[in-house]
Design a protein around this ligand. Structure first.
Ligand SMILES: *[C@@H]1O[C@H](CO)[C@@H](O)[C@H](O)[C@H]1NC(C)=O
Ligand SMILES: *[C@@H]1O[C@H](CO)[C@@H](O)[C@H](O)[C@H]1NC(C)=O
Ligand SMILES: *[C@@H]1O[C@H](CO)[C@@H](O)[C@H](O)[C@H]1NC(C)=O
Ligand SMILES: *[C@@H]1O[C@H](CO)[C@@H](O)[C@H](O)[C@H]1NC(C)=O
Ligand SMILES: *[C@@H]1O[C@H](CO)[C@@H](O)[C@H](O)[C@H]1NC(C)=O
Ligand SMILES: *[C@@H]1O[C@H](CO)[C@@H](O)[C@H](O)[C@H]1NC(C)=O
Ligand SMILES: *[C@@H]1O[C@H](CO)[C@@H](O)[C@H](O)[C@H]1NC(C)=O
Ligand SMILES: *[C@@H]1O[C@H](CO)[C@@H](O)[C@H](O)[C@H]1NC(C)=O
Ligand SMILES: *[C@@H]1O[C@H](CO)[C@@H](O)[C@H](O)[C@H]1NC(C)=O
Ligand SMILES: *[C@@H]1O[C@H](CO)[C@@H](O)[C@H](O)[C@H]1NC(C)=O
Length: 686
């Protein structure tokens, strides 16, 4: 028993001994910390590789030091090294024979250095590494020629990071020897053209081209690629090489933040699951392909190439069937484009679609019946379009049984399909904000006669937890509006004149967040909302805090832009003991009654958002920051009375001065003349 108990302690001591020994025996390298066979010498002032480390170290980290040259003999002592990291060192070169004895080196991190200075010599050193698999050359100001030189003969390389350099143009010479390459990061260069650069890299699976200056990706034929990231370029066209029978391995394609006008021309056979096209100018043009309207319009586009004209690509522009194989697409992100409609059968081609993000486009109508969304649809975001009409029959709605998130905010909707919400049995979050849809009163409830209804009815949808109804011109909420729901979030801000009545009483068990900003509510009884954690009653002209707030366990309270002049200390203490976040700016606080501020301030657990922007007014209506509260003139005896003193005192003084002047001038009229002469008849020189 005793021995068993001691073993871990002994092991611990042993480990500590091993950590301490090198440090003790080589005090000059105390910057290094040894953990098993890893030496961590980061953030030191080292100008060379420390010499006194155990010769069996396998990993050596020398990041953030001052090593300018890695000298021939510097790694001689460490033949077991397989990982070397020299990021952020102002390293200019690696001498040719440095790696002579580092035959096991597999991973080399040279990020953020100045290797552009000594790239030639460094390239000789790299050639002596037969087993190098991972190389990070990011942020070294390397240009096309330097990179080509550095990468010559690195036939074993699998991971290469060249991000943040000065690459402009890639062709077949750039990565010609990297036959094993699997992952390549080229983001944040200044590339404008890629021409046959990856034909020698048949194993390349992940390619990042983000943040460059590419204008198009045509003749795409990298069938083995799994992830292609070309976001943040100036790409107008993405066109796959046509007539390829192979199945592309592509799963993720990121073309977001480009200049695409057309939906990308994707491979005919692929496993594409995620397609990011947000922030382009994508639209569909099928309606323009009508020959009679535009008889002479071109239907093909040709691409030429800087170096040779052979690789020209021609494509049929208006043929929507060239969208390629989208049958595996699960996520389609089209946020921020110019889509007005979906071409016939487009949605149907994606039976696996689970997220469709269409926020900020130009959709005007949507016929859920004809589009035939798949049953796997989970998230549908149609916010910020121009939708005035959504059509759906019962069948189409029942098919959307997995829909969980529906965002229709910022449209022009006045009617919704009858029974929209009651048919969607998995619905958890609905956003109807900024439309003109009312809430159904009991007598208006769905009769099933009309195909659409001017009010929304979500009675008894057990799954619904979040409901957003901002800015819907709501006036009177029927008291049964939320019956049968278990909402945790209810947002009804920006409905001026809102009358909530007893409607929220039915949510007293579940409601955690309630938004009533800009609704002109005055005194609402919150006391029954015992689960409430976050309350927004900003912009409501409240002159005092509703007393029923004090019994709640509120964590977040937004009181901005009301008319509070103070928070009585009893209330401040109660709130201070519960709140985590409070918003108080935009209230005309009284500078002479700011004890609440110090109550909140001394309580370190409260975050007063925009603390320095909380202002108050002093006796003469001057505005100050409450946090500088020492500097106000506040007379001890309450604020108001002093104003009356001033108001009385000033007229009395003025009358006295007036009488004095009249008396003086009556008895000495000469003085009057003199003073007039002096002031008015003085010769003036211009
Ligand atoms: C690099 O590869 C070329 C052929 O691609 C070969 O001629 C040359 O000897 C190689 N250099 C080294 C240092 O291995
Ligand atoms: C593409 O690269 C950008 C920049 O690094 C990154 O923000 C984005 O998340 C990447 N996209 C994907 C799908 O990983
Ligand atoms: C594509 O496959 C079909 C039949 O599978 C074959 O007839 C055709 O020649 C192939 N085309 C190419 C370009 O390989
Ligand atoms: C336009 O004309 C071409 C041939 O002239 C025809 O093949 C095509 O179907 C026509 N398209 C439409 C939309 O009428
Ligand atoms: C279309 O082309 C024909 C012949 O090339 C020409 O006569 C006609 O004026 C053109 N139409 C338009 C609208 O440009
Ligand atoms: C481009 O391709 C088209 C169709 O294949 C061909 O007619 C045209 O001559 C080519 N252009 C050049 C410059 O090679
Ligand atoms: C919606 O689509 C269905 C099925 O294609 C069609 O019968 C119905 O007329 C369409 N409704 C509207 C308003 O376009
Ligand atoms: C919901 O999704 C599950 C699994 O993805 C699927 O089995 C089911 O059929 C879907 N429901 C509907 C109504 O399509
Ligand atoms: C709905 O979309 C709008 C606009 O895109 C966004 O601001 C809002 O947060 C979304 N609502 C929800 C509940 O996510
Ligand atoms: C409270 O509601 C107002 C009005 O809609 C809004 O501007 C503000 O951002 C909301 N506060 C918080 C903390 O979300």
């Amino acid at each position: 028993m005793l021995i068993h108990g001691l073993t871990p302690i002994l092991l611990c001591l042993l480990a500590m001994w091993r950590i301490l020994t090198p440090v003790l025996s080589h005090p000059q390298h105390s910057q290094c910390q040894l953990i098993q066979r890893t030496a961590l010498c980061n953030n030191g002032e080292l100008s060379s590789v420390p010499a006194g480390l155990p010769d069996n170290v396998e990993e050596l980290q020398l990041n953030y030091n001052h090593i300018q040259t890695l000298q021939d003999n510097s790694l001689l002592r460490y033949p077991s090294l397989n990982t070397l990291s020299l990021a952020c060192n102002s390293l200019e070169k690696i001498e040719s024979h440095t790696f002579q004895h580092s035959k096991l080196l597999e991973s080399l991190n040279l990020a953020n250095n100045n290797l552009h200075i000594g790239s030639q010599e460094t390239s000789h050193a790299l050639k002596t590494l037969p087993g190098l698999r991972a190389l990070d050359l990011s942020q070294n100001e390397l240009n096309d020629e330097m990179v080509a030189t550095l990468l010559q003969n690195l036939t074993s390389l699998e991971y290469l990071d060249l991000s943040g350099n000065l690459l402009q143009r890639l062709d077949e010479t750039s990565f010609g020897d990297l036959h094993q390459l699997k992952e390549l990061d080229l983001q944040r260069n200044i590339m404008y053209e890629i021409d046959g650069a990856f034909d020698s890299n048949p194993k390349l699976q992940r390619l990042n081209l983000a943040f460059n200056y590419l204008l198009c990706l045509t003749d795409f034929h990298m069938t083995q690629l799994v992830v292609l990231n070309a976001s943040h370029n100036f790409i107008e066209w993405f066109i796959t090489r046509q007539n390829l029978n192979d199945t592309f391995q592509l799963e993720t394609l990121d073309l977001s933040n480009n200049k695409m006008l057309f939906f990308p021309f994707l491979p005919d056979h692929s496993h594409l699951r995620t397609l990011y096209l947000s922030h382009n100018s994508v639209s569909f043009y099928e309606h323009l392909a009508d020959n009679s309207t535009y008889p002479n319009s071109t239907t093909t586009v040709e691409f030429y190439n800087m170096k040779k004209y052979m690789g020209n690509v021609t494509t049929q522009l208006w043929d929507e069937s060239l969208h390629g194989d989208i049958s595996s697409v699960e996520t389609l992100d089209l946020r921020g484009n110019l889509v007005e409609y979906f071409p016939d059968g487009f949605i149907q081609k994606m039976p696996a679609l689970s997220r469709l993000q269409m926020c900020t486009n130009c959709l005007e109508t949507l016929n859920l019946t004809s589009e035939q969304f798949s049953g796997s649809l989970y998230e549908l975001d149609l916010s910020n379009n121009r939708l005035s009409k959504i059509v759906a029959d019962r069948g189409a709605l029942t098919a959307l049984g997995n829909l969980t998130y529906l965002n229709l905010s910022l449209n022009n909707l006045e009617r919704l399909p009858s029974g929209l919400f009651s048919s969607l049995q998995s619905l958890r979050s609905v956003d109807l904000s900024y439309n003109n849809v009312d809430i159904c009163r009991p007598e208006e409830a769905d009769t099933g006669k009309d195909a659409s209804s001017a009010c929304a009815d979500w009675k008894d949808i057990a799954s619904l937890t979040q409901l957003y109804l901002k800015g819907c011109n709501l006036k009177i909420i029927p008291s049964s509006a939320f019956a049968g729901l278990s909402l945790t979030h209810l947002e009804m801000s920006d409905n001026p004149g809102l009358i909530v009545q007893e409607s929220i009483q039915s949510l007293s068990r579940t409601l955690q967040h309630l938004g009533l900003g800009n609704t002109q509510i005055q005194d609402l009884d919150f006391s029954h909302l015992q689960s409430l954690e976050s309350l927004n009653i900003s912009r409501n002209s409240l002159a005092y805090l509703p007393p029923s707030l004090l019994s709640l366990d509120l964590k977040v309270l937004d009181l901005r832009d009301n008319r509070l002049s103070t928070i009585p200390s009893g209330q401040a203490n109660t709130l201070a003991s519960k709140l985590h976040t409070v918003f108080l700016t935009g209230n005309p606080f009284n500078c002479c009654q700011t004890e609440w501020f110090s109550t909140f301030e001394t309580k370190k657990t409260i975050n007063m958002v925009g603390r320095s922007g909380i202002e108050c007014e002093d006796l003469i209506q001057m505005t100050h920051r409450v946090e500088h509260s020492q500097s106000f003139i506040c007379l001890e005896k309450g604020g108001e009375s002093i104003i009356w003193y001033i108001l009385l005192f000033v007229p009395i003084c003025l009358s006295f001065v007036g009488i004095l002047a009249i008396v003086l001038l009556t008895f000495k009229p000469k003085m009057l003349q003199k003073s007039i002469k002096k002031n008015c008849l003085k010769p003036t020189s211009y």
